[in-house]
Design a protein around this ligand. Structure first.
Ligand code: ZN
Length: 85
């Protein structure tokens, strides 16, 4: 699974959450994801849904997912950074 960490907020990481860019497997389009660890004891099945086409990319019993579409500029920057590797 593609999960690229672009976390610049060190303090958020302490609480078991992270921010990264994921790619919709259907459209191959990147989106921003905030992932938060669920509270132990009240875990629930969460769906990691593509913000563009609503495709369920994965499900988890450990994390809450908050997904947001990227702007055209961010999408372009994402592809550029990948091509330069
Ligand atoms: Zn999608």
């Amino acid at each position: 699974m593609n999960f690229y960490y672009t976390n610049t907020h060190g303090d958020i990481e302490k609480y078991g959450s992270s921010e990264g860019i994921k790619v919709c497997p259907k459209r191959n389009k990147p989106y921003r994801q905030y992932r938060e660890e669920q509270m132990p004891g009240c875990r629930d099945k969460e769906e990691d849904k593509c913000p563009y086409c609503r495709e369920v990319v994965e499900t988890s019993m450990s994390y809450d997912y908050h997904n947001y579409p990227l702007t055209d500029e961010e999408i372009e920057a994402y592809y550029n950074s990948k091509n330069n590797k």
